[in-house]
Design a protein around this ligand. Structure first.
Ligand SMILES: *Cc1c(COP(=O)(O)O)cnc(C)c1O
Length: 427
């Protein structure tokens, strides 16, 4: 690092963000300067376990050498051509990523929100051109407490007032049901099914506070959609890429990395949206996957992105996905997740401060025994940071725990010790 920059104090760096940056986030007062695997270091050299992984973007660990090498190598050759021309990485990547996840086609984008927007556009167009919905009448079902990103259309169907208020007028065409409510889904499909084009859902609601639905929710919802000729759209931007102990959360209890068709457990969405860890947190890459009969509604000039499918993104994403497979990250997330929840459950029984632990694989949360308006969860995160572990509250009284999936069992136990010690000594 540049000597003058490293000499600038944490307090001053925070002041700069405060003074010159829009106040659209409220970060913990930790200024990070370096990352490697499961660790990050602040500007003073203090080491932390990263228990957020940039909202599950860094599943492969910080600065994974294989992914960084792929980035460097490609950066020296060619970074951006736009889609006005072909490039020598995109086709290879498209074949790779579609085979990896078992779909016929991919539409490459950059951020998660763009992936969701793309899926909505494909779904609506499919609704008009394939299902025969009258023009401008298509509806998409979404769930309460959803998080799908920050664009104007996406916040139009958010139930979070902070995300939504004073950003209207909103995009119409969305119907909301409570998460995990198959009865409500069935009712909408039976009463308005002819105008419904899709059902957009997170297999586990991450931002909402790691809500894991009932076992049958995803499989039954997918079956209901099929019955009513409605596209089942899985937003796996946070849950995908091995985070929940399988390659995709919709794979249920299978760790095949997407290569089996195990009956009963593998639900194949009609449209799959990926982002975050598809690049190991190294570069913004998102992807929308579907089969030909759906993707073929998109023709030249109807959708696009200057950066989508650029050769740098393609090279990085391929290596990031290779790492997931080679290092058996789904299996590791599953094993460590079981250990983590067992340890946290023991803590729930010992401490009045936490109510419960929930989650799947290494996407977990504890609920703090205080109101969402209280400062308790924030103060616990400050105490955890002091003890060398970084996590962030969500919705006031929930703390999400999502470390990189390259963690070892020994490291996980050390982290559980830190959490336990912090909670038991918290005042
Ligand atoms: C993070 C996230 C998004 C949005 O991704 P961005 O890259 O921040 O635009 C969408 N859906 C889910 C489930 C997410 O977790």
């Amino acid at each position: 690092m540049n000597a003058t920059i490293s000499a600038i104090s944490a307090a001053h760096l925070i002041e700069l963000e405060d003074k010159y940056g829009a106040h659209n986030y409220h970060p913990l007062p930790v200024v990070l300067a370096k990352g490697e695997g499961v660790y990050v270091w602040d500007v003073e050299g203090k080491q932390y376990y990263d228990f957020l992984s940039a909202y599950s973007a860094v599943n492969q660990g910080h600065c994974h050498p294989r992914i960084i090498n792929a980035l460097k190598k490609q950066a020296e050759e060619l970074t951006l051509t736009s889609r006005a021309f072909y490039n020598n990485q995109l086709g290879i990547y498209e074949q790779y990523v579609t085979e990896y996840f078992g779909f016929e086609k991919v539409l490459p984008m950059n951020t998660g929100a763009e992936g969701v927007e793309t899926a909505i556009k494909i779904c609506r167009k499919w609704g008009y051109e394939k299902k025969g919905i009258p023009n401008d009448a298509a509806k998409i079902i979404v769930c309460g407490q959803n998080f799908h990103g920050r664009t104007t259309t996406i916040i139009s169907f958010s139930s979070d007032s902070g995300a939504k208020n004073h950003f209207g007028p909103y995009t119409p065409g969305f119907l909301s049901i409570p998460y995990n409510d198959l009865g409500a889904l069935q009712h909408l499909l039976e009463t308005q099914g002819k105008e419904i084009a899709g059902f957009l859902v997170e297999p586990i609601q991450g931002e909402a506070g790691v809500y894991v639905p009932d076992n049958q929710f995803i499989t039954t919802a997918a079956a209901l959609c099929k019955q009513h000729n409605v596209l089942f759209i899985a937003d796996e931007i946070q849950t995908g890429i091995a985070r929940t102990g399988s390659l995709l959360a919709v794979c249920g209890n299978c760790t095949c990395a997407g290569h089996c068709e195990r009956q009963g457990s593998y639900i194949r969405p009609d449209i799959l949206i990926l982002g975050k860890a598809i690049s190991g947190g190294v570069y913004p890459v998102s992807a929308v996957l579907a089969d030909n009969h759906i993707m073929e509604v998109i023709h030249p000039g109807q959708h696009g992105s200057t950066f989508g499918g650029n050769p740098l993104a393609c090279a990085v994403a391929m290596e990031a996905l290779e790492v997931v497979r080679d290092e058996h990250l789904a299996q590791n997330a599953r094993n460590l997740g079981n250990i983590f929840r067992t340890r946290m459950q023991q803590l729930v029984e010992k401490s009045d401060l936490i109510v419960l632990v929930r989650g799947k694989g290494l996407l977990n949360a504890i609920v703090i025994n205080d109101s969402p308006e209280s400062e308790t969860a924030w103060n616990i995160c400050m105490a955890l940071a002091h003890s060398g572990l970084l996590a962030k509250p969500t919705h006031g009284n929930i703390i999400r725990f999502a470390p990189p999936l390259v963690m070892t069992e020994e490291q996980l136990h050390e982290c559980c010790d830190i959490i336990e010690h912090t909670i038991l000594n918290f005042k």
